[in-house]
Design a protein around this ligand. Structure first.
Ligand code: SAM
Length: 239
């Protein structure tokens, strides 16, 4: 597919229901049929998930805490959150992703390995783009989704996610640093069919400004980097 500009939602939806679904399901999975770059991204992304869980439980138990996982993909975060006792609402623009997340959640959550402890509650899965999410959650998390938003759309997206959260918002995004910018331009990070969607990098200052505009501030930060995976992780709270 040709690269299509503008962060077009339809293009993103189509991609994550087809080639993008196949590609990312593989990267986020556990099978061995991944290349060196994909394996590196898998490792980086799983570090991001670990960091998020740690950031969350550092503030206290997740038992009974409502969490919205916006753009949940195959459920890499939703499933461990449910294991921690969180009440998870997981959604994604891609029906294929949501179906896969639900399948994996059933496999991992409903078959309790430990007879003594009760099985965790299944997340509630929905096919929804994050602009149409509503309701209120203690915590809203949105990992590695901002890459599909140009900065002029990112502000509204961040404002909307913040409006759904009572206490905290966790976001991760590809940071716009010179090095990463360069790698991206060289095209090394998005080889082959994955070029089907555009990738947008974000300057931390821009994300911070978007949060400040709606009365939020950054409380914690993390940076996860491997050779081909770069993710700035932030936890924001009402200022
Ligand atoms: N958050 C998941 C994770 O970290 O495992 C998945 C990350 S994946 C790189 C990006 C996901 O964002 C895809 O599943 C895609 O379908 C979803 N996505 C992209 N644009 C979206 C939108 N506007 N609303 C909801 N989901 C979106």
């Amino acid at each position: 597919a040709e690269e299509v500009g503008g962060g077009d939602k339809e293009v993103v939806r189509e991609y994550f229901n087809n080639t993008g679904f196949q590609r990312w399901k593989k990267i986020y999975g556990e099978t061995e049929n991944v290349n060196r770059v994909q394996l590196d991204i898998r490792i980086g992304h799983s570090k991001t998930v670990e960091n998020v869980i740690q950031m969350l439980i550092d503030e206290g138990s997740l038992e009974g805490v409502t969490v919205c996982d916006a753009g949940c993909g195959t459920g890499c975060l939703s499933i461990p959150l449910a294991k921690q006792g969180a009440i998870v609402s997981a959604s994604d623009i891609s029906a294929a992703m949501v179906a896969e997340a639900e399948k994996q959640a059933r496999e991992e959550l409903l078959t309790s390995k430990d007879e003594l402890s009760p099985a965790p509650a299944m997340p509630k899965f929905e096919v929804k783009d994050l602009e149409s999410l509503d309701g209120k959650y203690d915590t809203v998390v949105c990992l590695d989704v901002l890459i599909h938003y140009p900065q002029n759309k990112a502000d509204a997206m961040i404002a909307h996610l913040a409006s759904l959260a009572d206490n905290r918002l966790i976001l991760s995004f590809a940071p716009k640093t010179l090095y990463y910018d360069l790698l991206k331009r060289v095209g090394e990070l998005f080889p082959g069919p994955s070029k089907a969607t555009r990738a947008y990098l974000h300057a931390e200052a821009d994300v911070e400004r978007a949060l400040r505009k709606v009365g939020w501030r950054i409380r914690k930060k993390g940076l996860i980097t491997t050779q081909f995976y770069f993710s700035r992780l932030i936890e924001a709270v009402p200022a």
